[in-house]
Design a protein around this ligand. Structure first.
Ligand code: FMN
Length: 150
């Protein structure tokens, strides 16, 4: 399956998790698009059959700057061809930020809803105040994702 990985990162942690996810999906036979600077045209041209968002949270519950433009373009256009496709979200955050914990991931989850994607797994929240190994922590969830996409 063609899986578009939409990633947002400030310091690179979410980027590492996205790269790890791509590796696991590729090893399971999926084709992935993973470009932290992808435009909407890039994503449309890939003709995705599934979506994975991997994003950290910055500011007060905001999406990283590298993801803002793509997020806005998708939100403005809501491509109809993506309706009904499977999707899932990995959110990185820090619980010490309280109410805005994983706010970036929440925004992507809402966008997936507006797109009419079929969310196949509950959002994975990776809490920087609890772990320094987010990639390995994501592995069990990624295995579930591989099963869900089968
Ligand atoms: C300036 C700043 C603001 C942040 N704001 C939030 C926030 O509102 N909510 C949250 O859950 N985490 C917040 N975080 C924590 C990051 O999302 C978390 O450390 C994440 O692992 C960073 O991933 P990255 O390296 O991909 O940017 C913030 C971190 C920084 C440095």
């Amino acid at each position: 399956m063609k899986v578009a990985i939409i990633s947002g990162s400030v310091y690179g942690t979410a980027e590492e998790v996205a790269r790890h996810a791509a590796k696991i999906l590729n090893a399971a036979g999926h084709e992935t698009l993973h470009n932290p600077r992808a435009s909407l045209a890039d994503v449309l041209a890939f003709e995705p059959q599934a979506f994975l968002a991997v994003t950290s949270t910055t500011g007060m519950g905001e999406l990283p700057d590298n993801l803002q433009p793509l997020y806005s373009m998708i939100r403005d256009q809501l491509p109809g061809a993506w309706r009904g496709l499977p999707g899932a979200v990995i959110a990185l955050g820090d619980a010490s930020y309280g109410d805005t914990f994983c706010g970036g991931g929440e925004q992507m989850h809402e966008l997936f809803g507006e797109l009419g994607l079929r969310v196949v797994l509950p959002m994975l929240r990776l809490d920087a105040s609890e772990t320094v190994t987010p990639e390995t922590d994501a592995e069990p969830w990624l295995k579930e994702l591989v099963s869900a996409l089968r």
